[in-house]
Design a protein around this ligand. Structure first.
Ligand SMILES: *Cc1c(COP(=O)(O)O)cnc(C)c1O
Length: 375
């Protein structure tokens, strides 16, 4: 096999440790992992096998295709599908025992009709929008349910959920406002839905305090090592390490430009190192002339534009003998966490993870038996 260029290491023991840490923080609430978008880019199968072995029973994915993939890996788990069914998808939901999150009156009607056709009550999650104004029943739609309880008659509501807009800002008044609106709207639901278990918190919400945790929390980001307590030390263990190969080291004398557009000018003799990673591998082009990568514990500035497959750093701070072709530069790891890279790129750690790309060699460390060990 050809020598790999980027190596993406995923520490499944750290993932399981983060699940346990969140279970402690949730203090009695069930922890139902969010594993949408291929488990935030880390690989659905090894992630869900690890989380199931750590005790997780219910999982959130975004859409039908992700639900079907999850079902293949975990035949027994509860798969909750956040976007809910589109017309025509009901059969697959029923056949694969996927539980839809119902976000609109149309979805409630669709799923109710599917239940009547199936001749039995079907499980569902109800999503109330408490102020993010993104997805979920509006207050007017939730009021329709109270006025027309028959809309829920053929459904078995196993969870009522809502989603916070500003949970990464603990002092934001929107958090308490959403909690109060969610409570009132959920209390007003007719029949058993009014007393069904509730869920409001994702990763950051778990750390907002007991009143936000309710019966079920739905963390994603924190499981994968992201910091759920913005601005405070990260209580989670790092899960991801990404390194790229050094392809070439060279001395460059001024005057000289580096990369497309010559946007970096060499002002004094410099040692430049070219790495086999680019924006097609999730190293955002916005990091051009801004970000840093780490070689041998030394942070080195990215110089010039990041291109599709290549990135250049100024390694003048390191002696030439430590810059051998075939050596590694760290993009994510002990020397640079997800948040630091995201901040330099003007984005959030979530986008860093989900953009990691498919070209890296993936190495899964630890985890329960039967987890794939790399591809
Ligand atoms: C993605 C998502 C989550 C998980 O969010 P994190 O911030 O990654 O913990 C929870 N709930 C909903 C509705 C989501 O869309």
């Amino acid at each position: 096999m050809q020598a790999p260029t980027g190596i993406l290491e995923i520490d499944l023991d750290a993932l399981a440790g983060n699940y346990r840490r969140l279970t402690e923080a949730a203090a009695g609430a069930e922890v139902a992992p969010a594993v949408k978008a291929d488990a935030y880019g880390l690989g659905l199968e090894p992630v869900v096998r690890t989380l199931a072995a750590a005790g997780a029973q219910r999982f959130f994915v975004a859409n039908l295709a992700e639900g079907l993939a999850l079902r293949r890996h975990l035949p027994e788990a509860d798969c909750l599908v956040l976007n809910g069914p589109l017309p025509g998808e009901e059969r697959d939901y029923i056949a694969e025992r996927l539980v839809p999150v119902l976000n609109t009156l149309e979805q409630i009607e669709l799923w109710g009709a599917a239940a009547r056709a199936a001749g039995r009550a079907l499980p569902a999650v109800l999503h109330l929008d408490s102020g993010i104004n993104r997805l979920g029943l509006t207050p007017a739609e939730a009021a329709r349910l109270a006025a027309e309880p028959a809309l829920l008659r053929d459904l078995s509501v196993e969870l009522v959920m809502s989603h916070l807009a500003c949970s990464d800002e603990p002092a934001h008044p929107g958090n308490a406002a959403q909690l109060a609106r969610f409570r009132a709207a959920a209390d007003a639901l007719p029949g058993p839905a009014g007393t069904a278990p509730r869920s409001l918190a994702a990763s950051c919400g778990v750390f907002l305090g007991e009143s936000y945790r309710l019966q079920v929390v739905r963390p994603g980001y924190a499981l994968y090592g992201g910091n759920p307590t913005a601005g405070r030390p990260n209580p989670m263990r790092p899960v991801v390490r990404l390194q790229a190969r050094v392809l070439q080291a060279r001395r460059v004398d001024p005057p000289a430009g580096v990369g497309y557009g010559a946007t970096h000018r060499v002002e004094r003799p410099a040692r430049l190192v070219t790495l086999a990673i680019g924006y097609a591998d999730g190293l955002f082009r916005a990091l051009s002339n801004r970000g840093r990568l780490v070689i041998d514990g030394q942070a080195l500035p990215i110089v010039g534009r990041i291109s599709m497959d290549l990135t250049v750093v100024d390694a003048s701070a390191l002696p030439a003998e430590r810059l051998l072709p075939g050596g590694f530069a760290e993009i994510l790891g002990p020397g640079q966490d997800i948040e630091a890279l995201a901040t330099a790129a003007g984005t959030i750690g979530y986008e860093v993870l989900t953009a990691l790309g498919r070209r890296h060699r993936r190495v899964y460390r630890g985890g329960p038996d039967g987890v794939v060990s790399g591809h």
